[in-house]
Design a binder for this molecule. Structure first.
Ligand code: MLT
Length: 226
């Protein structure tokens, strides 16, 4: 069975859940892991993130798209270069993405981060599961044009390997993706990010397979999956 939530509500138990916040939280976390961060702890609030400072963590994330003043890094994947994150412990809080991860965590032992930048490696990892739920993080309770593309792209590949039962939301995602065929980030959040000057993040996040890693949320940490 393959199912999709366009926003992170009504999540049920699944063998595997792929959480998608392609602009920008999951792309950013995948980038951090791919560039050698030890792990990231996703938390829901800015205050929770601050409590990690004394343990030598880099404080990461955003509110309203921008870095809280006392944080080390914002939510731009371009900031998470090797020289900045290698061997570091990170704590991250974002408006939608880290909240969606927290919700997913209650419903599966296998939580995977979905993005385009490591698409093929993630596909390789998730194809062993029979029951997969894609959870789009959305934007403050609204559906995301971009997250839904990632779900549809995964479903297109998964159904080419074998037969899955598809929910209506999975069918909608699949047919939507087939109608556009390639990452096309022109939704509301893309437009908002552009006004903040984050156009390069949009370009970065649309890239396919620049990383050969999979990022999983295991216990309380995002780490590299094997
Ligand atoms: C989020 O988690 O809401 C997003 O990643 C927001 C952003 O683009 O910074």
């Amino acid at each position: 069975m393959i199912d999709v939530r366009f926003i992170p509500t009504n999540i049920k138990d699944y063998q595997a859940i792929v959480v998608i916040d392609v602009l920008r939280a999951t792309t950013t976390m995948v980038t951090a892991i791919s560039n050698g961060a030890q792990f990231l702890v996703p938390v829901e609030t800015v205050e929770q993130a601050r409590s990690y400072k004394q343990d030598g963590f880099l404080l990461c994330g955003e509110r309203g798209g921008v870095k809280p003043e006392d944080f080390d890094l914002g939510n731009s994947p371009l900031e998470y270069t090797k020289d900045v994150v290698e061997n570091k412990k990170l704590v991250i809080t974002t408006t939608n993405g880290t909240k969606a991860l927290a919700k997913a965590r209650e419903h599966s032992k296998n939580i995977i981060l979905g993005a385009f930048v490591n698409f093929s490696k993630t596909l390789e990892y998730i194809k062993k599961f029979n029951d997969i739920l894609f959870v789009c993080s959305g934007n403050d309770g609204e559906e995301s044009f971009e997250d839904t593309q990632v779900a549809g792209a995964f479903i297109e590949k998964l159904v080419s390997f074998r037969k899955y039962e598809l929910s209506d939301s999975a069918l909608i995602s699949l047919n939507f993706w087939k109608s556009i065929k390639r990452p096309t980030f022109t939704g509301k959040h893309s437009r908002v990010l552009k006004t903040y000057g984050f156009e390069d993040d949009i370009i970065f996040s649309q890239q396919l397979d620049i990383f050969n890693t999979v990022a999983i949320y295991d216990a309380d940490k995002v780490i590299k999956g094997e």
